[in-house]
Ligand binder design. Structure first.
Ligand code: ADP
Ligand code: MG
Length: 709
């Protein structure tokens, strides 16, 4: 057994050579045998399952046909240019169409030759056709060897030009796999292999590139996916162990008068089960000297604030100060008012610090922070200014996480006070709250080194928001509905998209919409607010406040209202051009209503023509109010790379596993990693030796191994 084999330069592989090697490096980052083996197929053609053209009866699935091309035509000009081929088998004919690579395909397809065609049929004018199918010449050698599953590799235009199209890559992989046999070491501990009945590494690698049969292929893919996710989780969890060992937090082991008084006298309702559970999770963190860094996910209206407040009270019971930071002035104000009200009669000093607090007041706040008279400071970014110094900051709450960058968060960290013994600053415990749910699988990966709590239960008696989808053509009816609601004394949001690329058009749409709304709802009977991105912050605030105070009945806005304002009298959310919003954004917008006791509505307006995607988004919104369910659909539609806040993460560069589809495997992988680290946090035991060497190989310099070997 030798790893030299895997380190062999790719140019020495049969069928590669220096030129192709250079391109493989540039295009795919592949320079060695080992790296090429990690370049996995993205699907397989089952050569044994061939449909006949007459059998095609749905648009559902990808299928494979075998037939002769009888006609080939290039049609249209420029953007409309396309290649249309006619495929015939014994049972009928079907059109194949390509809009891309027309020239190259036109010159390479041979009329009269037999091809295997792979693609997804769609129906147009009552006839099926296939757009952008894959075309392969019928490979006699494969038929002779009775191999039925053939790997298909992703490729690039440049590689294709050098003869490394999907087929070409398949060929060099075959040359490489042919040399395997006692060349790839096992990377998982025997105990895991046995526990999960996984097949061994080399066999899996061979079968994933050249499957012997369907069963072995599935086992191989499972094994490789598991391994990939397992080591990622090992890495993340190990980082967490290191953090827990090196960063200590203040110990809040007392639940005292403030907490108890609040709980017994002030708490206006019974906590939901989910709220109790999260509160316990937080107490378990802060009670024993760990440093807490916790993400609290909970749908809009799930009652995150009260959980944050009760945690703050524990901090105060232990002699510390706390602060709560919100992304906008309006939100900070609302928190300030809400929390002051909740703490009535408790003799706690709560203050608000935002950009518009006057100098004298500001000075007073600074002073009281430093001499410890101030217990809870609520505010905006103003909190992180250097001038703001706490006597003893123990607990930080950040609302609506994605509005703050990591840097801002770390500034708050440093506001902790020094440990009397060591003189080192002890960071305050941090609770980050977000109403943008992240699917579990993603949370496990992106926040693998953070703790995540979830409030997955709404307070009782909350009415579901009724969501309806209407086409633009029924706008008059929607206006009629708005009128009824306003007559009942309710308030209404009408939201327009604002997307950077088409800012001008969007602005025009907004203004046109505003005009027609004013015409339909004239002053002085109706008062209308408008808020959009081109207004000055001060004017925006002024308009928002008018709406918050109920002076205006309708708020026309671009998505600037997305985050957290609470107008409990607002009962209707109309979203214009709803098809242009992503699911999580739509869900956030909908969360602006339904905050009072009244039945609330969300009306999604779209054009008559909707893409399949758009239709699914509307259907999902109409079907469910559950943010987690919505985030799962969102993930399936957009893929993990587009989920908020995850874009830059290198953790997404998985070779074979798929965070969308492999959630179950990920869960196993994480559970097993947790077990191992519980038993051997620093991976010092002999049986875990293989884990350490593999982790080192995979994550190299990124891992802090000082504690290990
Ligand atoms: P969010 O999670 O969106 O920040 P809030 O904390 O603002 O939600 O809570 C939404 C509303 O629900 C508030 O008016 C709050 O007082 C109320 N609420 C919170 N928890 C409960 C509960 N257990 N029972 C009844 N009402 C609750
Ligand atoms: Mg909130």
């Amino acid at each position: 057994m030798s790893n030299n084999f895997l380190d062999t330069k790719i140019e020495f592989l049969k069928g590669v050579g220096p030129k192709r090697a250079e391109m493989l490096r540039k295009e795919l980052g592949v320079t060695t045998f080992g790296q090429l083996l990690l370049y996995y197929p993205f699907r397989y053609i089952d050569k044994s399952k061939v449909y006949t053209i007459a059998d095609i009866n749905s648009e559902e699935a990808h299928i494979q046909l075998k037939g002769k091309i009888t006609e080939l035509q290039t049609l249209g000009e420029r953007k409309g240019k396309r290649l249309v081929a006619n495929l015939r088998d014994e049972t009928g004919e079907i059109e194949l169409i390509w809009f891309k690579g027309v020239k190259w395909l036109a010159s390479s397809i041979i009329i009269g030759k037999e091809y295997i065609v792979y693609g997804k049929p769609s129906k147009y004018r009552n006839k099926y056709n296939i757009a952008h199918p894959d075309l392969d010449e019928v490979d006699q050698s494969l038929i002779a060897n009775q191999v039925t599953l053939e790997a298909v590799y992703p490729t690039t235009e440049i590689l294709t030009r050098m003869g490394l199209n999907a087929k070409g890559i398949h060929k060099i992989q075959k040359n490489l796999v042919a040399q395997l046999g006692n060349k790839i070491q096992e990377t998982l501990p025997i105990s895991i292999l046995e526990q999960l009945k996984l097949i061994d590494k080399e066999r899996a690698v061979i079968n994933v590139h050249s499957p012997e049969n369907e069963h072995l292929l599935q086992k191989s893919r499972y094994r490789l996916k598991f391994e990939e996710l397992f080591y990622l989780q090992m890495y993340l969890l190990r980082q967490k162990v290191i953090k827990t060992e090196t960063i200590k937090g203040a110990v809040f082991n007392r639940v005292g008068n403030y907490f108890n008084h609040f709980f017994n006298e002030n708490l206006p309702f019974e906590l939901t089960g989910a709220q109790k559970r999260v509160l316990k999770e937080i107490r378990d963190d802060i009670g024993y000297g760990n440093h807490m860094n916790r993400l609290l996910q909970g749908d809009v209206g799930s009652g995150k604030t009260i959980v944050a407040l009760m945690s703050i009270l524990i901090a105060i019971d232990n002699g510390f100060q706390a602060c709560l930071m919100a992304p906008t002035e309006i939100l900070a104000n609302q928190h300030y008012e809400g929390i002051t009200e909740l703490l009535k009669g408790m003799n706690l000093n709560v203050q608000l610090l935002t950009g518009s607090v006057k100098v004298a007041k500001r000075r007073e706040i600074h002073e009281e922070l430093e001499n410890g008279k101030l217990n809870i400071l609520i505010g905006t970014h103003a909190l992180i200014e250097d001038k703001v110094k706490f006597q003893n900051l123990g607990f930080v709450v950040i609302d609506e996480q994605h509005r703050f960058g990591v840097q801002q968060r770390s500034k708050l960290w440093r506001k902790g006070s020094p440990d009397p013994k060591t003189g080192k600053a002890v960071p305050p415990h941090v609770l980050v709250m977000t109403a943008t749910p992240i699917p579990r699988t993603l949370a496990m990966t992106f926040y693998g080194d953070l703790d995540v709590s979830v409030i997955d239960e709404l307070p009782p008696g909350r009415k579901e928001i009724k969501t309806i989808h209407r086409f633009d053509s029924s706008r008059l009816k929607v206006f009629g509905f708005i009128e009824e609601e306003v007559k009942k004394g309710r308030q209404v949001y009408i939201v327009y998209p604002l997307i950077k690329e088409s800012e001008k058009m969007d602005y025009k749409d907004l203004m046109d919409g505003y005009e027609s709304i004013i015409r339909r709802f004239p002053r002085p009977q109706y008062q209308i607010s408008i808020v959009h991105g081109q207004m000055k912050a001060k004017d925006k605030d002024f308009e928002m406040q008018r709406f918050v105070k109920g002076e205006t009945q309708i708020m026309v806005a671009t998505t600037v209202i997305e985050v957290g304002v609470n107008v409990s009298n607002a009962s209707v959310m109309v979203v214009e051009s709803a098809e242009r919003f992503g699911l999580s954004q739509l869900h956030q917008l909908r969360g602006r209503v339904g905050r009072g006791g009244e039945q609330s509505y969300c009306v999604l307006m779209t054009g008559n023509k909707l893409s399949a995607d758009g239709r699914l988004r509307m259907e999902t919104m109409v079907k469910t109010n559950d943010g987690f369910e919505i985030s799962e659909v969102d993930l399936k539609l957009r893929g993990p790379g587009d989920i908020q806040g995850t874009q830059q993460s290198g953790l997404l560069n998985l070779n074979i596993a798929d965070l969308v589809r492999d959630g179950q495997i990920l869960q196993y992988a994480r559970d097993i990693a947790v077990e191992i680290l519980k038993d051997d946090p620093n991976l010092e035991q002999d049986k875990n030796h293989r884990l350490v060497s593999t982790l080192r190989l995979l994550f190299g310099g990124k891992v802090n191994w000082s504690r290990i070997s």
